[in-house]
Design a protein around this ligand. Structure first.
Ligand code: FES
Length: 325
């Protein structure tokens, strides 16, 4: 898919931390269509990897997805920004940037006869793909509810437009308000396992939702999620060695790097896509050693088997892994 050059047509604060941007094709041509949950990959000057930003669609009365005149993004200024969100927050009307997409790895399932309400759950800036889903479901007359959670009420963006989709479908949650703080366990207890769950937000929220839903018997195919960002080190992560069986090369994976990053630095050419442990592209076979699985792709049985690893995110419990690479 070729890159598109975009021009900023509007840049406004949506909250103290979230910037709302509108982007049009720099040459005035039509923009590619997208579906709810889709994102753009934006090339940020000075950064090797593109940054992914979900497309916001909040107007059910227009064909804003099918023939968009502008793309809308919401960008949170990250505390630990490596330049992506800082660059996006510094953009002004008239600035240009290169984009690839739209891509969609978080698409809504097709309507089912007599379907139960679809449950959308957003944490923080995770509202951007979820808002587009709410809009599409409202426009299609499908049943839905949206739980939108943030650290405080004033950190929740696009609330007026979300309310306009159907205020009785929307529940706002604020961590600093005990009366509205999101209780995922209680939420799941009030649902049935036939309902589809869509969640986007911080890793802790997604992990808790997946864990809670699995414990309550939800089929994996009804739990849909998307993370932002890439693999982040955990407190207490240790260095370990990898041996590449096909070349005999031995490399050290430091505590703050992934196997994938170490392979790239060593001029190997590993396959990858999401770098979040979701897509499955980077799967490698483990010949020796014990992986520490951190991905969302392998099944519980595959993880227990210990013969496969997602090298973009998972690490090692043993001092060395021998990989069939
Ligand atoms: S690159 Fe997607 S799971 Fe590793």
């Amino acid at each position: 898919m070729p890159d598109i050059e975009l021009i900023v047509t509007e840049a406004q604060p949506a909250t103290a931390l979230i910037r709302h941007l509108r982007l049009a094709a720099a040459d005035g041509s039509a923009l590619p269509a997208f579906t709810p949950g889709a994102h753009l990959k934006l090339r940020i000057p000075g950064l090797d990897d593109p940054r992914c930003y979900s497309l916001i669609h909040l107007d059910p009365s227009t064909d804003a997805c099918q023939s968009p005149k502008q793309y809308r993004l919401g960008v949170r200024l990250e505390d630990a920004s490596r330049g992506g969100s800082r660059h996006m927050h510094a953009l002004a009307v008239g600035d240009r940037l290169m984009a690839n997409g739209p891509h969609n790895e978080f698409a809504l399932h097709a309507a089912e006869t007599g379907e139960a309400p679809i449950v959308l759950i957003a944490g923080g800036i995770g509202i951007t793909p979820i808002a587009s889903m709410a809009t599409a479901l409202a426009a299609a007359g499908r049943p839905w509810t949206l739980h939108y959670s943030g650290r405080s009420r004033d950190q929740l963006a696009f609330v007026d437009e979300l309310s306009a989709l159907g205020a009785d479908h929307l529940t706002l949650h604020a961590d600093d308000d005990p009366a509205t703080r999101l209780d995922l366990g209680a939420l799941l207890d009030g649902l049935t396992t036939t309902q589809h769950l869509y969640v986007c937000g911080p890793t802790g929220m997604i992990d808790a939702l997946i864990d809670g839903a699995k414990k309550r018997g939800w089929p994996a195919g009804h739990i849909h999620f998307e993370h932002f960002g890439t693999a982040a080190p955990h407190v207490g992560d240790q260095a370990f060695e990898i041996e590449l069986a096909q070349s005999g090369m031995v490399l050290t994976v430091p505590a703050d790097k992934t196997i994938l990053e170490v392979l790239e630095a060593a001029d190997c050419d590993p396959m990858y896509d999401c770098k979040r442990g979701e897509c499955g592209v980077c799967t490698a076979t483990v010949l020796e050693g014990t992986p520490e699985h951190r991905d969302y792709f392998l099944s519980d049985a595959e993880k227990a088997g210990g013969k496969l690893i997602q090298i973009c995110i998972s690490r090692a419990k043993s001092p060395r892994l021998v990989l069939d690479l």
